[in-house]
Design a protein around this ligand. Structure first.
Ligand SMILES: Nc1ncnc2c1ncn2[C@@H]1O[C@H](COP(=O)(O)OP(=O)(O)O)[C@@H](O)[C@H]1O
Ligand SMILES: [Mg+2]
Length: 351
């Protein structure tokens, strides 16, 4: 990369100039070489050189600490490569999201870093439209079921109101039925709200231990009434993951509610939290009815329910929220023995 070019170096530079990816070579934070694609991407013409400029000129100030971290990491940890996503701005002050890959190398005993910069605006736009269409397809998939699930209670409400209309008497039993049917519609619409709410997810470090404690408190009265022992086992004092508290609370409420609904009076429900190298794990274990194969195989699919007033939406919402938190769910269940839901979330990373 020095000035005394020989023919091999000349050929090498010619090849690098033909590469479609933008390539820079850094000495510390200073650019010592740029190929044509880099000049073009960062909006310099062929006659102006990026050499001698600092990489800091092209990275959004907010992202510069991440860039420095990556440069430090690659030189200190002696990694082969490192990739980061950040916002780059060109000399024309245009911002674009970029994926930057760093490769360290040694040139004449001197450590340098090769940066490959890819404009990922198109990829990001495609990702966003995929998320949007996935949401739409979930709603589309659900709509036939939703109509069906809401039409049933509506038909029954209409029927009982017509009966009361013709008898001109208020029948308390009919009113009870109508109330129950209305509650059923409320349950369904309540659970579906999750999909219609605009996603204003503010993921921040949250302590799963606290969310689980709050959930347990919500079920304490019910536990007393049914003589169900609700146990909470935590290994560590904190269990931080990156997430959105209200959504995560909904996950635990759904799972504990299901555990209650499957548990006979006098049994035990145990929630345990544990920390692993990869992340935080939560187990919700009951000694209740367990589930038959046909239910087990359809878990998480909308309107899978074995309950008279069930919606069959709780687990679908639960799975969606866990997936959004980059977590995973596994279930084991044995009929008449009980069920365990095992959730794993990646540990909170500092921003
Ligand atoms: N802990 C559990 N024990 C036994 N069966 C369960 C458990 N959790 C879920 N299920 C089964 O999965 C079905 C779907 O649950 P869910 O999606 O929450 O809908 P809902 O509770 O409204 O029926 C339940 O109806 C039940 O048959
Ligand atoms: Mg449920």
């Amino acid at each position: 990369m020095s000035g005394n070019s020989n023919s091999t170096e000349f050929n090498f530079k010619k090849i690098i100039d033909q590469v479609i990816d933008a390539i820079l070579i850094l000495d510390g934070e200073q650019i010592v070489y740029s190929n044509r694609a880099a000049d073009h991407l960062l909006s310099f013409d062929e006659h102006t050189t990026l050499c001698g400029l600092s990489i800091g000129m092209f990275i959004t100030p907010l992202d510069m600490p991440s860039m420095r971290d990556a440069l430090d990491k690659i030189s200190l940890a002696q990694l082969d490569s490192e990739s980061i996503r950040l916002s780059v701005h060109s000399s024309k002050n245009m911002h674009f999201p970029a994926e930057i890959t760093l490769h360290p190398f040694i040139e004449q005993h001197h450590p340098l870093v090769q940066l490959t910069i890819r404009d990922i605006s198109a990829r990001k736009a495609a990702e966003e439209s995929m998320i949007q269409s996935e949401k739409l397809s979930v709603i589309g998939e659900l709509s036939a079921g939703i109509i069906h699930e809401i039409r049933n209670p509506l038909t029954s409400i209409k029927g009982f109101l017509q009966l009361m209309q013709s008898s001109e008497q208020i029948n308390m039993d009919y009113i009870d039925i109508v109330m129950r049917e209305i509650e059923q519609i409320e349950n369904i619409t309540g659970e579906l709200l999750y999909f219609t709410k605009p996603k204003c997810e503010h993921f921040a470090p949250v302590d799963l231990g606290i969310i689980v404690q709050e959930t347990v408190r919500l079920f304490e009265t019910q536990a007393l009434q049914h003589n169900i022992k609700l146990k909470l086992d935590t290994e560590a004092s904190t269990h931080f993951i990156n997430g959105e508290k209200t959504q995560l609370k909904q996950v635990f409420v759904n799972l504990v509610k299901n555990a209650f609904e499957a548990s006979p009076d006098g049994s035990t429900i145990t929630i345990s939290l544990s920390t692993t190298d990869q992340g935080e794990d939560v187990f919700i274990q009951d000694t209740g009815s367990g589930m038959p194969k046909h239910v087990f195989n359809n878990l998480g699919k909308s309107f899978t329910t074995t309950k008279v007033t069930g919606t069959g939406l709780g687990l679908m919402v639960t799975y969606t929220i866990v997936k959004n938190h980059k977590g995973s769910v596994s279930v084991s269940s044995e009929e008449n023995k009980g069920t365990t839901f095992h959730l794993s979330f990646p540990k909170a990373v500092k921003e």
